[in-house]
Write a new protein. Structure first.
Length: 193
C-alpha cells in the first residue's frame, strides 16, 4: 500500500525537508519517504518507521535494513591506517606546541641578554628574533649581542631617537651574524679542500 501525501509531508517536515542519508535537499533532489525497517520485511507505514530520503539514496539502500551492511574486506586495514594518521597528527600538534614553548623561552632569554648588553628599554620584535633564529643558532645570536655591546658602549650606535638607536643595534647585530656565517662557510670550504 502506498503512503498518503499527508504522511509523507509530516515525515519531510519532521526531517526539515533534508535527505537524512546525504544531506541534500530540494530542488537539487526529489524527496521520498523511506522505510527504516523495509516493508518487504514487515516494516510498518507508521511515521516512526519512515525517514526522509532522496530518490538516489533510497534506490541505493533498496530493501535492506541500515544495519545490513557488509564491511569491506580491507576495512580493518583502513581503520588502522586512519588511527595511525590520527596518532601522527596528534604527535605533530604536540611537538608544535612544545616547539613554541621552547621558542618563547629563547625569545625571553635573548630579550634579557639584549637588555643587559644593549638597550634596556627597547628590544627586537619576535619577528626579528625569528628571522635571526631561522638562519642562526640561539648561541650565535647571543654571541652577536654580547659582541655588539662594545660598539654600543662606545656610543657608535647611538641615534637621535631610541628607535633609531635600536635599529642601529639590530643592523649591527645582523652584520655580526652575517660575517660569522660567512666565516663558517669559508672555513668549511677550506676544510673540504
Amino acid at each position: 500500500m502506498s503512503l498518503s501525501k499527508k504522511v509523507r509531508f509530516e515525515v519531510f517536515k519532521r526531517d526539515s525537508f533534508v535527505c537524512q542519508y546525504c544531506g541534500r535537499r530540494p530542488p537539487e533532489v526529489l524527496l521520498e519517504a523511506d522505510h527504516i525497517e523495509p516493508s518487504s520485511k514487515g516494516g510498518s507505514d507508521d511515521e516512526i518507521n519512515l525517514i526522509t530520503s532522496c530518490a538516489d539514496c533510497n534506490r541505493g539502500k533498496s530493501d535492506r535494513r541500515l544495519g545490513d551492511t557488509h564491511p569491506r574486506p580491507d576495512a580493518d586495514l583502513k581503520y588502522l591506517e586512519t588511527q595511525q594518521e590520527i596518532a601522527e597528527a596528534k604527535r605533530f600538534l604536540e611537538s608544535q606546541k612544545e616547539l613554541e614553548i621552547v621558542r618563547q623561552g629563547i625569545y625571553v632569554h635573548l630579550d634579557s641578554v639584549w637588555e643587559e648588553y644593549l638597550l634596556a628599554y627597547r628590544s627586537p620584535t619576535q619577528k626579528q628574533w625569528g628571522a635571526w633564529l631561522s638562519w642562526n643558532s640561539p648561541e650565535a645570536v647571543d654571541f652577536a649581542i654580547r659582541r655588539a655591546s662594545g660598539k654600543y658602549q662606545s656610543g657608535a650606535l647611538e641615534g637621535s631617537t631610541l628607535r633609531e638607536t635600536c635599529d642601529n643595534c639590530i643592523r649591527y647585530v645582523s652584520g655580526i651574524l652575517k660575517s660569522r656565517a660567512q666565516e663558517i662557510k669559508n672555513q668549511n670550504g677550506r676544510n673540504q679542500s
